[in-house]
Design a protein around this ligand. Sequence first.
Ligand SMILES: C[S@@+](CC[C@H](N)C(=O)[O-])C[C@H]1O[C@@H](n2cnc3c(N)ncnc32)[C@H](O)[C@@H]1O
Length: 243
Amino acid sequence: MARGKVYIIGAGPGDWELISVKGLKKIKEADVILYDFLASAEFLRFAKKKAQLICCGKADGLHLLEQAQINKLLSKFAKQGKIVARLKGGDPLVFSRGIEEVLYLKNKGIDFEIIQGITSAFSAPESFGIPLTRKGKYSSIAVLTGRKSNGDKLDAPDCDTLVYLMAVANIRNVVEAILASGKSKNTPCAFIERGTSPEERIIPGTLKDIVDKTKQYRVKSPAVFIVGEVVNYGKKIRDDKFK
Ligand SMILES: C[S@@+](CC[C@H](N)C(=O)[O-])C[C@H]1O[C@@H](n2cnc3c(N)ncnc32)[C@H](O)[C@@H]1O
């Protein structure tokens, strides 16, 4: 029997066409596709007719499959000689449990390959004309979590641009941590909800008013929170969206 292989594929942030050519090729070849919520629908029409499709999404505490079950399924199908596509939102190793899957497969001696994806951390702001850096002006970026499961203090390093994922529910604490690090209340910031998708939306503000705006505009996950002067470029480039 041919040896199976698992492809850990980044599906990109929202616009399905942002997947890599290599990622889409593997979806078309796969015997089994295990996909997350943020990486679903559109891709499945490229699957082979006989491909087995398994949703293993996790969102807001709902886990269709626990991580240990996902690991076991990946290994089981590969041992059966199948081509397995493991589809994950954004980049498969950015704030994701993709690396746990990779380590599990490595330990079991199963062949795998990581196919990178476009992360929401960069693409959601860029969708509104917000760059992450600018030559000679803004040269450092940090990508952070807005939620720590162990209740640890949130990070707010001294960088020109901060990008927080998973920050919506915890925005008050995120802003507190950034202000405590020394940034001014007037620092521009923005939430970008469902970036790169047809429903994408930007809620711009400053560190002074963004907590109120998050409530006022009912910001929902998935959304990226970006902080820094770079947000002002978005105001110039996509002025139609910054009302
Ligand atoms: C578990 S993390 C996965 C990140 C993913 N691996 C990536 O590289 O984009 C989920 C978080 O990513 C962010 N996210 C994912 N897709 C997004 C999108 N289209 N627009 C804005 N934020 C998004 C949100 O902060 C969401 O809570």
